[in-house]
Design a protein around this ligand. Sequence first.
Ligand code: FES
Ligand code: FES
Length: 161
Amino acid sequence: MRKIPVQFRLNGSDRAAFADPADNLLTVLRRGLNDFGPKYGCGQGTCGTCSVLIDGELRLACLTLAAACDGASVETVSGMANGPDLHPVQVAFMEHFAAQCGFCTPGMLTAAKALLTRNPNPTREEVVEAIAGNICRCTGYAPIVEAILAAARAAPAQRRS
Ligand code: FES
Ligand code: FES
């Protein structure tokens, strides 16, 4: 199949790749641009571990055509830390032991970031709802919810969008 050029801003840097018209964004990120942060889990929109932000909106990279991202801003878990400085949500995940095998963690962190950007002070119910599309087989979810609530309580100056 003939490849098409796709250009978008990935974690603040202009990136370009060639993709099949049917390629999803996850394929282009992982195989074309070596961004292995978003994981391939189910590949059919069920598990959430491929979650990314596209123009600030939480999206499943496995269900998003790469071509549809041309000209967009794409943020992945790979860009959450600022150099050695982890995002407060990442710090909170470590402090609350919110990751075990870690396979769901990219999607959980991304969903948490999306939530706290639009709602800096969520209730527990809102946190649970925000991560409802992300499946975790290890933690039982409680430490993840506690970590996100702790990140929300962190000083606003610490929290980057
Ligand atoms: S890999 Fe995209 S939702 Fe599971
Ligand atoms: S930590 Fe293993 S799937 Fe969530």
